[in-house]
Write a protein that binds this ligand. Sequence first.
Ligand code: SF4
Length: 371
Amino acid sequence: MRKVTFPHMGTSVFIFSDLIRDLGNEPIVPLQPNKKILDLGVRYAPEFACLPFKVLLGSYLEAMERGAEVVVTSGGNGPCRAGHYGEVAQKILDSNGYKIEILVFDSVFRNPFQFIRKLNYLNKAKLSYWSIAQLIRFYWRKLQALDKLERCTHKVRPRALNKGITTKVFKQGIEWIQQSRNLGEIEEAEQQGLLALKNIPQDPDRMIIRIGIVGEIYVLLEPAVNHEIEEILGNLGAEVDRSIYLSGWAHDNTFGHKKDSLHYARPYLGTAIGGHAQEGIGHTIMYAQNGFDGVIQLAPFTCIPEIVVKTIAPRITKDYGIPILTFFLDEQTGRAGMQTRLEAFTDMLKRKKRQPLKVVGGEKYARVFGN
Ligand code: SF4
């Protein structure tokens, strides 16, 4: 049986692993990024490659040690380096004598023939297109259920009386979703998971601040790379909202859905420069208009689109009165340093929230702090 691996991205790992198995391959489940994987990636990648590329390359090399022969990954749109990840990784591995094939899946509408050719290559079980469509629908629903549970953890965690309980219940919910065998069971597992999360004892009077998280998709979605920032913030009393979820991102990119955030970003950045620059700017403004207390930008070190966002951020803060904290993440970033900066940021936001009413923000939007 052909051994197939894929990038590790948050909680979605079991979904891709099951899909690959159902198509008749043996999945080599990627490990959560760790020091060994990062060291491997750093050793083989160009020094100035962005962090996600180093992590993914290291992850492929680690999976090859366990027999992986094929990597399935997604492509990238726009002018940034994401669109070349697959080819560059393939060249690096070829030139170092590794035998592995990297299969890059772009949107089906970009090149339908190529998409079908790659799908046929993976379809060792010789399933009909109808059966494959049903499979995709089934796993897509699981992905949506996972994202729903995760959104719920963001609301519950900062209010929970017991700090570690939300993550524990979430893991149980993931298991329920993983075990479900049809659409009805996924629905049941989702409801059961949401109920279990809502039933966690909470303090309704605790002062909660709301923080939006924007940035590059891989560092947003992979907790091992962002040092579990959502959990840290939740435990510091911050309800977070992440601007990208895998199910939403996959939907928008597959069907070319026009995002609201692009409209808001236009006065600051009217051109697509790759990555998630425009979305990040647009979401920051949307967070400000929806009364969020602050925004955190997560950016891989050397990521050009995110560097551009960082240079625009002070203008957004001036116009909309929303504090923005940026983290540039690379292989040197440590959890302790991040925790300290997050503690300082959340303290500052809480102080601001306690202050008497005060109108801030420039010509475009006046925001009232307080209450
Ligand atoms: S968005 Fe940034 S991190 Fe991602 S590939 Fe492009 S340059 Fe690299």
